[in-house]
Design a protein around this ligand. Structure first.
Ligand code: SAH
Ligand code: SF4
Length: 344
């Protein structure tokens, strides 16, 4: 018998499940409270529900989806969590402490099929999609392990995988991250990053309200084709058109991530192309000096060149921020997540 994944159901479905089991609907609400707010791992800890329901949960529901294998702490405070899925695959989540809050970077797939040139996650291919419960459980498990769990206010879907290639599961998971009776994160504090799957970007704007980040990395099709194979399917013109149509609530912006690679996309002309491409968009640009990966024959530009690139964008009235990578010493930085089973 397959067990029901209660962390993958919404409030209504959980109540319906309770009713199917011959219980009052409010029992479903109680169970959700224990799972998402009290963060318990076992039915035995659910002290205000009867023993019979605890036994039913133990028999019919699966409550924990990830096994924490390793937790590494970087010199800068960044923490990387290695989780094993029940079928043996590995995924990683990264907790980034900031001055007054923390941000958790979660994975949406084990591996990734998109094959971006500069990204380690992509080099190993796609193992499989994560279920909604596996996506949410990263936040549950990390929050449980934190010293100040209330500091965790921000979630970014920027770990392993392409979230929009696992659309339904990601949307369902985000539902439980923002539900008031779920993990109760503000939708303003959740950011989904995509390499640019245009049909799903359009759908996302209709289905949920979250912040959108686009991994751009090239401001002309030739450069972007070389770095990101997905650009052959959805070239810049269609991608940027979808961004222009994306519904943005008051004062929100779309974030464009641009990895700077010496001699590849860091010339003045690239900065000007980027400014032209994004002109008129409510856009914020994150400039990310390339993290070097083993076997990758590319390097980040010099600091001078990075500032020069930024300056051109600022002169064109863009907010352009240089993002220092965190957690490099424990391979927790962007593009370095590999579900590092080999390092165990
Ligand atoms: N698949 C999604 C989300 C995960 S990738 C996406 O591509 O947006 C997370 C981020 O890591 C992306 O912004 C990507 O551009 C960045 N990244 C990947 N490899 C990198 C590297 N070698 N150096 C710096 N950033 C990298
Ligand atoms: Fe996949 Fe994103 Fe890495 Fe590209 S950058 S391979 S889409 S995880």
């Amino acid at each position: 018998m397959t067990k029901v994944d209660l962390k993958g159901l919404d409030a209504r479905e959980t109540e319906a499940w309770a009713v199917e089991e011959g219980l009052e609907p409010y029992r479903g609400r109680q169970v959700r409270h224990w799972l998402f707010q009290k963060l318990v791992l076992s039915p035995d800890e659910m002290t205000n529900i009867p023993k019979s329901l605890r036994a039913l949960l133990a028999e019919k529901a699966s409550l924990v989806h990830l096994k924490m294998i390793k937790n590494q702490v970087s010199q800068d405070g960044t923490q990387k969590y290695l989780f094993q899925l029940l079928d043996g695959h590995f995924i990683e989540s990264v907790l980034i402490p900031e001055r007054d809050h923390s941000t958790l970077c979660i994975s949406s797939q084990a591996g990734c099929a998109m094959g971006c040139f500069f990204c380690l996650t992509g080099q190993h291919g796609l193992k499989r999609n994560l279920s909604p419960a596996e996506i949410v459980d990263q936040a549950v498990q990390v929050k449980r392990s934190m010293e100040g769990p209330d500091r965790l206010t921000n979630i970014v879907l920027m770990g392993m995988g392409e979230p929009l290639a696992n659309y339904d599961n990601v949307v369902r998971a985000v539902g439980n991250l923002i539900a008031e009776d779920g993990m109760n994160f503000s939708h303003r504090k959740i950011t989904l990053s995509t390499c640019g799957l245009v049909p799903e970007i359009k759908k996302l704007g209709q289905d949920i309200t979250v912040n959108l980040a686009i991994s751009l990395n090239g401001a002309d099709d030739k450069t972007r084709n070389f770095l990101m194979p997905i650009n052959r399917k959805y070239p810049l013109k269609t991608l940027i058109a979808a961004c222009r149509e994306f519904p943005l609530p008051n004062r929100r912006m779309i974030t464009f991530e641009y990895i700077l690679i010496a001699g590849v996309n860091d010339r003045d002309k690239d900065a000007r192309n980027l400014a032209n491409l994004l002109s008129g968009l409510r856009a914020k640009i994150n400039l990310i000096p390339l993290n070097q990966l083993p076997g990758l024959n590319m390097v980040p530009p010099s600091l001078d060149d990075i500032y020069r690139f930024q300056e051109i964008l600022i002169k064109r009235q863009f907010t352009a921020i240089i993002r220092k990578s965190k957690g490099q010493d424990i391979a927790a930085a962007c593009g370095q997540l590999s579900g590092g089973a080999s390092e165990l």
